[in-house]
Design a protein around this ligand. Structure first.
Ligand SMILES: N[C@@H](CCC(=O)N[C@@H](CS)C(=O)NCC(=O)O)C(=O)O
Length: 228
């Protein structure tokens, strides 16, 4: 009888969608193997990795020969195919549709807007040795503010998590994006008690898998702080 191989995931934990997937895997105890792909070393552009994902991006998942990209699709696939608590991706159509509603919105709102702050404040200056472009940074912060207003007034209106009373994979995708600017020492939730309360609820719900996934980001923040 053919033996089923463990789920393999290709991750760099400095990547927001990789952390969301990492937390889901650890919290729901899906047996898996992590293959590290260091983006800073260009390991996503090697011939082998490019064969796996021609888009040269992480995360990637392989389940017994089935290769899948896109964090959102991977997390939903795992929730559909593995014995994970139902709250992550509820089966009831209306509740599931709420998760799909957020994840569709996420990729053109929370994701690009939070990522841009990190890119402008940390990645670009590190890669090019140039100063932070304050004009572009302020524009990015203002777009992120609009997104956070919507998270508070639409998704978190009268409910503790983005899609209802319990945590779903939508909360993982969102929280990992909103944590990213912390790599540059910026807590974008600093003046937002409603979102802070939500982040604390997410942290309590996932336990130590939150800090394990974010250890690389915290280390980046601490290294940069020590240089100041
Ligand atoms: N929509 C994709 C985004 C994947 C993505 O953009 N990954 C970034 C890291 S956060 C990456 O691999 N970048 C490498 C590159 O573009 O060279 C997902 O959610 O999985």
């Amino acid at each position: 009888m053919a033996t089923r191989r463990l789920v393999e995931v290709y991750l760099d934990l400095l990547s927001q969608p990789c952390r969301a997937l990492h937390i889901l895997l650890n919290c729901s105890k899906i047996p898996h193997t992590v293959r590290n792909v260091a983006l800073r070393k260009g390991e996503n552009r090697t011939p082998d990795f490019t064969k796996l994902n021609p888009m040269q991006k992480v995360p990637v998942m392989e389940d017994n020969g089935f290769v899948l990209t896109e964090s959102d699709a991977i997390m939903k696939y795992l929730a559909n195919n593995y014995d994970v608590p139902e709250h992550w991706y509820p089966r009831k159509p209306e509740r599931r549709a709420r998760v799909d509603e957020y994840t569709a919105w996420h990729h053109t709102n929370t994701r690009p807007h939070a990522a841009r702050v990190f890119i402008l404040e940390v990645l670009l200056p590190t890669q090019t040795g140039s100063q932070v472009d304050e004009v572009r940074l302020n524009r990015a912060l203002s777009q992120l503010d609009d997104t956070m207003d919507k998270l508070e007034s639409m998704f978190l209106r009268r409910q503790p998590f983005l899609c209802g009373d319990d945590i779903t994979l939508a909360d993982l995708l969102a929280v990992c994006e909103l944590m990213q600017p912390l790599g540059g020492g910026r807590d974008v939730l600093e003046k937002r008690p409603q979102l802070q309360g939500w982040r604390s609820r997410v942290q309590s719900a996932v336990g130590d898998s939150f800090d394990r996934a974010h250890a690389v980001l915290y280390a980046l923040r601490d290294r940069r702080k020590a240089k100041l």
